[in-house]
Design a protein around this ligand. Structure first.
Ligand SMILES: CC(C)(COP(=O)(O)OP(=O)(O)OC[C@H]1O[C@@H](n2cnc3c(N)ncnc32)[C@H](O)[C@@H]1OP(=O)(O)O)[C@@H](O)C(=O)NCCC(=O)NCCS
Length: 260
């Protein structure tokens, strides 16, 4: 695989472009997966001009790739936890309230509800602050917020998710959303949040119970630093099933290369 940059062409790349992140960051972002050839990756990185960003997931610090990637300048951005709620668990009763209603927008109706996109994007940017992008000191909060904003808004462009479940007040304010990916045997909470002033009022519980389907497990990924989300998922019967580390690499500026 070859990669074009402003300054040269790299013929052998181990990584692949991440066009979604490149759009949000405003410069080239790439990703790679294990197993990978560390020497080829090292060559690729030395030929990658700044600004550039790459991310790779590894199972844990004992994986032989971990120390090799650290030596190349990759740093742990966040420890990720995958949770699963087995199919067949009883659905908890929803809290009855007039403060908000739960509405499910299927992908087929996404374009008709495009007026919700701005509110949902803003909620995502303001509330999803435990993400790996927010945890990385080399990524600005503005960029990290833009990643989450675009991610959520992509639903309305038909580019991400099969359902958008929203909590909406009688006067039309969106106070929470659950962006859902749906597969044949499982469903995934892709992004979920509740507005600050509506927390602990059953919004997220209602957003998640609205996605449950008979015969399907429900999955979600979260971060080890997100204790509120951990308590929330466990309260609904989710259990942790796997962990991984997400590593970030930022191309060093020329001055940093000269003075490591
Ligand atoms: C996690 C989050 C979505 C929960 O939303 P919420 O609407 O406040 O949650 P609910 O009111 O439906 O809570 C249901 C239950 O979850 C548990 N829970 C929720 N938030 C909790 C917290 N901060 N601490 C402890 N338990 C919590 C409680 O058992 C709660 O029931 P209770 O209020 O009757 O005790 C919300 O805190 C949030 O938006 N956080 C920022 C975004 C985020 O981290 N999203 C998840 C990314 S993986």
């Amino acid at each position: 695989m070859s990669m074009n940059t402003a300054q040269n062409t790299i013929e052998q790349t181990v990584s692949a472009p991440d066009s979604f992140l490149s759009g949000a960051f405003g410069y080239p972002c790439r990703t790679a997966q294990l197993p990978l050839d560390i020497e080829s990756l090292a060559l690729e990185l030395t030929q990658t001009p700044a600004p550039a960003f790459m991310w790779i997931k590894v199972p844990d610090r004992t994986d032989p790739a971990f120390s090799a990637l650290e030596d190349l300048g990759f740093r742990v951005a966040v420890e990720e936890i995958s949770y699963e709620r087995p199919k067949g668990l009883p659905v908890p009763p929803a809290r009855t309230t007039d403060d908000y209603a739960i509405r499910t927008v299927p992908l087929a109706d996404a374009a008709r509800h495009a007026q919700l996109a701005g509110q949902i994007g803003a909620l995502a940017a303001d509330n999803l602050t435990t993400s790996r992008f927010h945890q990385d000191p080399l990524i600005s909060d503005a960029t990290a917020g833009r990643v989450k904003q675009r991610w959520a808004m992509n639903f309305f462009a038909g580019q991400r998710g099969q359902q958008m479940i929203v909590a909406i007040t009688p006067d039309g304010r969106v106070v929470g959303f659950n962006q859902v990916l749906a597969g044949p045997t499982h469903k995934v909470i892709d992004l979920i949040c509740t507005a600050d002033d509506f927390r602990r009022r059953g919004v997220a519980r209602a957003l998640v119970t609205a996605m449950f389907e008979d015969g399907k497990t429900t999955r979600v990924g979260s971060q080890a630093n997100n204790t509120a989300a951990d308590a929330f998922y466990r309260s609904l019967g989710f259990q942790p099933v796997a962990t991984s580390l997400c590593l970030h690499w930022h191309a060093p500026l020329p001055s940093e290369k000269a003075n490591p």
